[in-house]
Design a protein around this ligand. Structure first.
Ligand SMILES: Cc1cc2nc3c(=O)[nH]c(=O)nc-3n(C[C@H](O)[C@H](O)[C@H](O)COP(=O)(O)OP(=O)(O)OC[C@H]3O[C@@H](n4cnc5c(N)ncnc54)[C@H](O)[C@@H]3O)c2cc1C
Length: 474
């Protein structure tokens, strides 16, 4: 690696940097960045891998520890940053860059089904105790298949399973709680949080030079692109993206209701797409709450979202049913267009893709973030092992294991969710008869049900799983 002349990597208090826009949730966080400017739209930037600058301009650290830059502070990037620092301490420098670090995570009203393997990762990172109080275990799962007009929704498949005594296969956790806990733990463990975007990078034989939107630049052994499904860094690295739209959007909202869900998750397969009811911790104006993920044909969504609140609630009730009593919106419904995408490679020259930057799948099985946690665990194993052996963590040799470990699993999960969505999002009678027969058969086969639950919980690969997913630090 080239040795630079100046060290401009200022670590300053949030108050000094953010000034009048300081967010209480970042109090005490070490945030480096861009002079108090708000970056509301990180997509509005230029990334050009071919851009090259002189050595004189390059910001360097006089440290013998390798440095990793993570672009993207979503749940995938934050988990990896924390895993690296918790495992290697001063043995690695981790810079986490994301303009969204300035935003209050409470604004993220989404809730995620975190599978048992993801919970074990959060336990190993010391995050689970911080969010467990607000996490709702999923104790039962029910699947129905009907058209919207059917007066009753017969249950075709019902799971009441734990993967081990007292260990539910998944928990519902709110995104804001998780982000807040991860940011605080990253800060405590010495991750440098930088409220700026990665604008461009140049991969060399010994290092990658990363240019940030605040004008700073730095050399690193490895750049990790955790910048979401529309990753510009993936494109800039010349990594192809195989994708297609589903023609569906997911309407997401938190629904308040009168009666206890008793930890039951329900998935109604409807012709427009699956309608999932996912239990949240009790609270809210009516005593109980659930998150809905309502997949619907995209052409219908603008009309639905333009309805007034009572009419939209009536549409929710038609799908949700009245078994949990009176309903009300606790959060404003938000729509997410759904697509499938998988990167042709997960690694390139001194770059590794992580989470949605590497793959985007249908939310039908609630597995997108769980795949991202799996990526973070596998990449942490690869980087930690290389650093402990004194090897270059950005080298092809170090990264190949990650590529091998993840591509097959991601492709299999992507194909499964795609098939499920195609099979269930229609009202073609013969298809419906076959799928209902299949569901009915699985319902009568306890071994098969156990198999599916272990797959969904992410614990099917046992000791072959990356260490974090077994609840251990790498
Ligand atoms: C409706 C819906 C419901 C879902 N439900 C579930 C569920 O129940 N369970 C589950 O496991 N998964 C679920 N998922 C999937 C899950 O939301 C995603 O897989 C997960 O959030 C991806 O996290 P990420 O960190 O990879 O990306 P993101 O959360 O997209 O984070 C990317 C970050 O990168 C930043 N960024 C962008 N460009 C740059 C740049 N150049 N430099 C620096 N930073 C940059 C952005 O500001 C952003 O903060 C759901 C998805 C949808 C759409």
């Amino acid at each position: 690696m080239r040795v630079g002349r100046s060290i401009r990597h200022a670590r300053v208090s949030v108050k000094a940097q953010v000034g009048h826009t300081m967010q209480p949730w970042l109090d005490g966080a070490r945030l480096t960045g861009d002079h108090g400017e708000l970056f509301e739209d990180s997509t509005d930037m230029m990334i050009d891998q071919r851009d090259r600058r002189s050595d004189e301009d390059t910001d360097m650290q006089p440290s013998s520890s390798p440095r990793v830059v993570i672009a993207g502070g979503g749940l995938a990037g934050l988990s990896l940053a924390l895993a690296l620092k918790r495992s290697l301490g001063a043995g690695i420098e981790v810079t986490m860059a994301d303009p969204a670090l300035r935003r209050d995570p409470s604004a993220d009203k989404r809730a995620y089904a975190i599978a048992a393997a993801g919970r074990r990762l959060l336990e190993a990172l010391g995050i689970w105790p911080l969010v467990a109080g607000e996490a709702q275990p999923i104790l039962e799962m029910t699947l129905t298949d009907s058209s919207l007009a059917d007066p009753v929704r017969p249950v075709f498949l019902n799971f009441v399973e734990e993967i081990a005594p007292g260990e539910p296969f998944a928990h519902m956790v709110e995104g804001g709680d998780l982000t807040r806990a991860l940011v605080a733990a990253c800060t405590e463990n010495g991750v440098v949080l930088k409220a700026a975007a990665v604008e461009r990078f140049t991969a060399g034989s010994a290092a990658v030079t990363v240019q940030f939107s605040d004008g700073e630049r730095s050399d690193a052994a490895l750049l990790i692109a955790a910048d979401g499904g529309r990753s510009r860094l993936r494109d800039a690295a010349g990594i192809g993206w195989i994708s297609f739209p589903y023609g569906q959007s997911a309407i997401v909202a938190t629904i308040a209701h009168e009666r206890d869900h008793e930890g039951r998750a329900v998935q109604h397969f409807l012709p427009g797409g699956p309608f999932a009811i996912l239990p949240l911790k009790p609270g809210g104006p009516l005593g109980f709450r659930s998150s809905i993920v309502w997949s619907e044909r995209s052409s219908e969504v603008p009309t639905l979202l333009s309805l007034d609140t009572q009419d939209l609630l009536a549409e929710v009730e038609r799908r949700f049913g009245l078994q949990l009593g009176q309903l009300a919106f606790e959060t404003k419904p938000q729509a997410f267009p759904l697509s499938f995408g998988v990167a042709r490679r997960f690694v390139g020259d001194r770059i590794a893709l992580l989470g949605d930057a590497a793959h985007v799948i249908h939310p039908i099985a609630g597995q997108g973030l769980n795949l991202a946690f799996h990526d973070a665990a596998a990449l942490a194993d690869a980087i930690v092992e290389a650093v402990r052996l004194g090897l270059d963590p950005g080298s092809e040799a170090a990264l190949q294991g990650y590529e091998r470990a993840r591509r097959l699993d991601v492709t299999a999960m992507g194909a499964t969710t795609d098939l499920l969505n195609r099979l269930f999002s229609n009202d073609v009678l013969p298809v419906r008869l076959i799928r209902d027969l299949g569901l009915g058969l699985v319902d009568r086969m306890p071994t098969m049900k156990r198999f599916f639950i272990r797959q969904a919980a992410g614990v099917a690969s046992g000791n072959a799983a990356p260490r974090l997913l077994r609840g251990e630090l790498p």
